[in-house]
Ligand binder design. Sequence first.
Ligand code: ZN
Length: 409
Amino acid sequence: MTQRLYYDSPELREFESVVEDALPPSAERPRPGVILRETAFYPTSGGQLHDTGWLTLDSSERFRVTEVAEHEDGRIVHYLETPVGAAAGTAVRGIIDSERRRDHMQQHSGQHVLSAAFVELYQMATLSFHMGDDDCSIDLATPALSLGQAAGAEKRANQIVFENRPVHIRYVSRAEAEKLGLRKLPPAERDQLRLIEVAAFDLSACGGTHVSATGQIGAILLRKTEKVRQGTRVEFVCGERAVRSARRDFISLTEAAALFSSRPGDVPEMIRKNFEEGKWLRRQRDEALEQLAESMAMVAVGEQPEKNGRVVVRRTFADRDIGFAKLFAQKVARAGKRAVALVGSGMNPPGLVFAQSVGGPADMGALLKQVLLSVGGRGGGTRDFAQGGVPAGANVEQLLQQAAATIEA
Ligand SMILES: [Zn+2]
C-alpha cells in the first residue's frame, strides 16, 4: 500500500520518494504508470479529482503526471505521458501542480461547509458529491429546495468562511467515531478513521485534501438547483471558480444590458417587455396579412372570367411564404363565387396549395398528388383543400399551369 503523504501534510507540493514498480502500457491502460513508495499526489476518490504534476529522476529527466488513480490493493498509480525507464529503487522527486490542487482543496472543503450548513439549517443530508472541471455539485436527500433555502445555506456557509475557522485532521477508532456523531460515517469497515473537523461546525470522515482554515475556501456561490432521482442537486463553485463564474455572468449581463441601453439589473424587465411587444407585433402582423390576403383574393376572383360556372385563380408568390399562399387560397375559395385557387410559393421551402369552394366538383387532394408525382414532392389533403412541398429549384409556375390544364380539360 502506498504511503499517502497528503493525509497528514495536505500542504505538501514537493516530495522525495523511490520507484517501487513501473507498469508498461497495456491494451487496458494505454499509458505507462509508476508506483512510488510514498506520494503526495492525490488519486481521484471520494468525489475529488486527481492531481497532476511532474516526476523528476536523478538524471534530471522530467515526466508529466497526467492522471493519478487508486488501485484496489491500496497502491497509487501515477500515469505518465511517456514511459519512465527507471528500475525499482530509483530516487524520484514529485512536484504537484499547486494551482490545480488549491482549486480542488477549495471546492472540496467548501463542500464540507455547505453540506454541514444544509444539515444545520434544514436537516438535509448530503448523499453524494461530484467535482467537475467547471462545476461541483452535491445531491441532497430532499424532494424539494426553495430559493430561500438555497440562499440561506449559501449565507451560512459563507459566514463560516468569513470566520476563518481552523480545519483539523485527526484519527480515531471506529468505535470512537460512532460516539462522536459524525455528519458522515463511511460504510466500509476500517479500524481507523480520518476525521476532518471544521472547528465547532462540522465533523466528518474523509480521505480528501482540505484547507487548514475556512478563509482559504474563498466565496461559496450556489449556481443552480434541480430535481434528480435521489433528491435535489445543488451546483456550486468555491474560491477562484466563484470569482470566474461571477465575472462570466457579469460580462453576459453587461452585454445584454448594452443591447437594451439599460442597466444590468433591468435586463429581466427589458426582456419581459420585449417579449410582450414581440407577441403583440406578431398578432398585428397576422391580422394585417389576413386582411391583405382577403383583399388580394377579392380582386383576383373579380378579375377572372367565370368558366363552366366557376373561377380559377392561379397565382405564384415569389416573395411570400407557404403560410401566406395558404391564407390567400382559403380566401379565394370563400370569396363568394364558386372558385378554385391554385397557389404556389417560391420561397424556401417552396410549396403548393390547392383549394376550392366547399363542395366543388374537382378533387384537390388527387390533383395535388398527380402534380407532385412529376417532381417528387410530398403532400396531400381533402377534396376541398390540399397542401404540399416541392423540391428546391422546382418550377412552381409550371406546376400550377399543369394543374390548371388538368381541371380545365
Ligand atoms: Zn473531504
